[in-house]
Write a protein that binds this ligand. Structure first.
Ligand code: BG6
Length: 476
C-alpha cells in the first residue's frame, strides 16, 4: 500500500446484514485488518445492524465479530489490537425504534466521535431488501453526510435495477453511491490497466487483429456453503456472470481512459457494455451439480444453475468477431480464476508442423487473478538440437517473486478504503449495470435447460460445444 495515501475522515460505518455470510467472511475481518494496518480513520464506530429477531447486545456483537475474524481473517487478531477495535463496535436494530434503533445508536456513536463524522452504510443484504433500507435512511435524514455501498447483485433484472437506481437517486446523489463488485478490488484485475496501458509490449496485440479468443474462467470447488436460500433465487448467472465476470470483461475490453479517475474509467467500461451483443441462449450452457437438490434451502426440483458457460461478443472495432468465453460453477474440479487471451497464428507459415496443425493454440497470455496472482506467456521456441523442432515455452511473472506484498489488502479491504476516501473509480455505475441486465435479458427470459454434472468435474460435457474449436486453458 503506498504510505502516502490520505487517511479517511472520521466515520460511522453501518453494516446492514451483520449476521449474513458476507459480513462474517469479508466485511468484519476486512475492517479489522484495516484497523490493524492503521488505515481506518482516527476516530470511527462500526454499527452492526440486524433485524430484531437477530438482535445482539454490544458485547454479543463483539464476541460474534471476534469469532468471524479468527475464522476468516488472513492474520489472527492479537489481544491488544482486538481490544482497541472491539471498543468501536456497537449493535443496532432495524426497524429503527427505541434505544437500540439505528438512529439512536448512530446518535450515540456520533456524539462519542464528536463533530460531524461521515456516515457509511454497507448494504450487505439481498436486492429486494435494499429499497426499504434506502428509504429508511432518507426518511430519517441519515443520508446527510452519507455514502452507501450496495452489494451485488444490483437488482435481479433490468426493471428491478432501474427501480433500485431510482429509489437511490431520491435520497442520495450519485457521488454518494458505491455499487460494489469485489472482483474490481482484486490486485490482478486492477493490474490489467497497468499491463495494457503502461506497456507497449501488450497493448498493440490487444485487439481482434491478433487475439482469436478471450476466456474468463472461474471454476470453484466450493459448494453453495449453506447459502441455499440466497442461491436458489440467484444462481451462478446472477451471482457471478452478470456481476463479476462481466466486470472483468469490461476491464479487458475497454479502450484506454484519459486518466485513472472515476469518470473516464467508468465511461470506457460503460462503452464496452454498450457494444456487447445481447446474449443468445443458444450460446449458453447451464449446469447443476449432482446433489445440489439435497442442499438445505434448495427445492427438490430446483432448476437453478450452479454452473454456467457462455459465449459473449463485443461488437466494436477492437473486438468484432472475437468470442469471449465465460465459465464459472460450484463444486468443480479446481478453484481457479483465469483469464486467457489466445493469439492468432502467424499469417505465413514457414514451419511445417504449424502448417499441419493450424489450431495448435500455441500463443497465449494467461492471467491468474486468484490472489496472489501471476501472469504467464506461452509461446513456441526452437528445441535445442540440429533440427528446427518447435516446443512450447513459457515466461512467468509472480507477484510474490517480483514485489513485496506483505501489505497487500484483500479486495474488500481495498474497496472499503476507497469508499471512505470517496473514490468511485473501482465501483460500477448505474448505466453500466442497467446495460448488463439488458444484455442478459434473453437468458433470463429463456434460460436453456439445466444439465447435470458430477461434483468435482469441469461441468456438463456439452460445454465443449460453446468453446469449439478452442479449448479451456487447463491447470498447469
Ligand atoms: C461472491 C459470490 O460474490 O464471490 C460467491 O457470491 C463466490 O458465490 C465469490 O464464491 C468468489 O469470490 P472470491 O473472493 O473467492 O474471489
Amino acid at each position: 500500500m503506498p504510505s502516502a495515501r490520505p487517511r479517511p475522515e472520521d466515520h460511522v460505518i453501518v453494516i446492514f446484514g451483520i449476521t449474513g455470510d458476507l459480513a462474517r467472511r469479508k466485511i468484519i475481518p476486512g475492517l479489522f485488518h484495516l484497523a490493524a494496518a492503521g488505515l481506518l480513520p482516527a476516530n470511527y464506530r462500526i454499527v452492526g445492524c440486524a433485524r430484531p429477531s437477530s438482535r445482539m447486545s454490544d458485547d454479543e456483537l463483539r464476541a460474534y465479530a471476534y469469532d468471524a475474524t479468527c475464522q476468516f481473517a488472513t492474520e489472527k487478531p492479537d489481544e491488544e489490537g482486538w481490544r482497541a477495535f472491539a471498543e468501536n463496535l456497537l449493535a443496532a436494530i432495524d426497524p429503527d425504534e427505541g434505544p437500540d434503533g439505528l438512529s439512536a445508536v448512530m446518535a450515540r456513536a456520533e456524539a462519542a466521535i464528536g463533530g460531524a463524522p461521515r456516515r457509511l452504510y454497507h448494504l450487505a443484504i439481498p436486492p429486494d431488501a435494499m429499497r426499504q433500507v434506502i428509504e429508511l435512511l432518507g426518511q430519517k435524514g441519515l443520508n446527510e453526510r452519507g455514502r452507501i455501498i450496495c452489494e451485488k447483485p444490483f437488482g435481479t433484472d433490468l426493471a428491478s435495477a432501474r427501480e433500485l437506481n431510482q429509489e437511490i437517486s431520491r435520497h442520495f446523489d450519485e457521488s454518494q453511491v458505491f455499487r460494489i463488485d469485489h472482483f474490481l478490488g482484486k490486485e490482478s484485475i486492477d493490474n490489467i490497466l497497468a499491463l495494457r496501458f503502461a506497456n507497449e509490449l501488450f497493448e498493440p496485440l490487444w485487439r481482434r487483429n491478433h487475439v482469436r479468443y478471450v476466456q474468463i474462467d472461474v471454476p470453484e470447488t466450493l459448494s453453495i456453503e449453506g447459502r441455499g436460500a440466497f442461491y436458489e433465487d440467484t444462481g451462478a448467472f446472477k451471482d457471478m456472470v452478470v456481476t463479476h465476470l462481466f466486470q472483468v470483461l469490461g476491464q479487458l475490453a475497454m479502450e484506454q481512459p484519459t486518466s485513472l479517475t472515476a469518470k473516464p474509467l467508468r465511461d470506457e467500461v460503460s462503452k464496452v457494455f454498450e457494444t456487447m451483443r445481447p446474449l443468445d441462449p443458444r450460446e449458453v450452457v447451464r449446469g447443476q451439480y449432482e446433489g445440489y437438490r439435497d442442499e438445505n434451502g434448495v427445492a427438490k426440483d430446483s432448476t437453478t444453475e450452479t454452473f454456467i458457460a457462455l459465449r459473449a461478443w463485443v461488437d466494436n472495432a477492437r473486438w468484432m468477431g472475437v468470442p469471449f468465453y465465460l465459465r464459472t460453477g460450484k463444486r468443480m474440479a479446481q478453484s481457479r480464476q483465469i483469464i486467457t487471451l489466445g493469439l492468432r497464428e502467424p499469417v505465413m507459415e514457414i514451419f511445417p508442423e504449424l502448417k499441419a496443425n493450424p489450431n495448435r493454440d500455441s500463443n497465449k497470455l494467461i492471467i491468474d487473478f486468484k490472489d496472489p496472482g501471476s501472469i504467464h506467456a506461452e509461446f513456441l521456441a526452437k528445441q535445442p538440437g540440429p533440427e528446427m523442432v518447435l516446443g512450447t515455452a513459457r515466461m512467468h511473472f509472480h507477484y510474490r517473486e517480483s514485489f513485496q506484498i506483505s501489505n497487500n489488502l484483500e479486495a474488500y479491504e481495498r474497496l472499503l478504503m476507497e469508499v471512505m476516501l470517496g473514490n468511485q473509480a473501482l465501483f460500477t455505475r448505474s448505466d453500466g449495470i442497467e446495460r448488463l441486465w439488458e444484455v442478459s435479458a434473453p437468458v433470463l427470459e429463456s434460460p436453456p435447460p439445466i444439465e447435470f454434472y458430477p461434483q468435482g468435474t469441469w461441468g456438463p460435457y456439452s460445454i465443449e460445444r460453446i468453446i469449439a474449436p478452442h479449448r479451456w486453458t487447463l491447470p498447469q
